[in-house]
Design a protein around this ligand. Structure first.
Ligand code: CTP
Ligand code: CA
Length: 225
């Protein structure tokens, strides 16, 4: 009986998840992107669906397939498209988890024709994208939970806690690129969860499926706190 209750603990709730990279066009044939595959975010979407949540997954370009037919996938390309879709679905969400590797900068102007190799040194002017997570944080209601990621290579905890505060998050999932077996493309991950109450939970290296379950359980714990 207990297990049945545990299994569907997010029944009736809507969860918005972002995942994958974004792609920022330079000209008709080139773009700026990153190594994210969306694997962690897709695993989170599956884990949420498994405990009964209605999941909306705003997903940047990836070769990975979302095998769970009950996860509603909203495909996007750029940071701006991801922002628009997240803003669109956030008001209906009880929980939002932003795991996407959003480009921090995009070309200030997209060239309409292919850029020719006329210059010895080419300088691209880049402008900052909107911080989607921070934008949602500024709109968050008291009845919503917002969870972000922090990808760091140094001063990990300090930087992650700063993101928790400045983006008005309930919890931050810290990923250190110093941990072997963690990060882009790997099937495994190692995370430290930091919540706004000062709670701190470190997990060992696990499969991304198992990490996703840990994250979902921690969120359920926060919701019942
Ligand atoms: N994020 C976002 N929109 C952006 C950039 C980041 O929503 N334009 C979100 C990511 O999805 C992640 C969190 O912000 O949940 C942290 O991303 P990260 O790259 O670690 O931090 P930044 O705030 O972008 O700062 P920096 O890259 O300088 O460390
Ligand atoms: Ca960033």
């Amino acid at each position: 009986y207990n297990q049945a209750v545990e299994l569907k603990s997010l029944a009736g709730q809507t969860v918005l998840v972002s995942a994958g990279p974004t792609v920022e066009q330079i000209d008709p044939v080139r773009f700026i992107s990153n190594h994210s595959t969306g694997k962690m975010g897709i695993a989170i979407a599956n884990a949420l669906e498994n405990v009964g949540a209605s999941v909306i997954l705003v997903l940047g370009p990836t070769h990975l397939k979302v095998s769970n037919p009950f996860v509603k996938v909203i495909p996007v390309r750029s940071a701006d498209e991801m922002l628009q879709q997240c803003l669109n679905f956030f008001p209906k969400a009880n929980i939002a988890i932003m795991s996407a590797a959003v480009a921090d900068y995009r070309p200030a102007k997209v060239a309409s024709d292919k850029i020719k190799k006329d210059e010895e040194v080419l300088t691209l002017k880049l402008e900052k994208t909107t911080d989607i997570l921070k934008t949602l944080g500024s709109k968050k209601r008291d009845d919503q939970l917002l969870i972000g990621f922090a990808l760091e290579t140094n001063n990990e905890k300090e930087f992650a806690l700063k993101k928790l505060k400045t983006k008005n998050l309930d919890m931050v999932v810290l990923n250190s690129l110093r941990d072997a077996g963690a990060g882009f493309g790997h099937d495994t991950n190692k995370v430290l969860l930091l919540d706004k109450y000062g709670g701190e939970q470190e997990y060992p290296l696990k499969s991304k499926q198992e990490v996703a379950k840990d994250i979902v359980q921690a969120i359920i714990g926060l919701q019942n706190a």
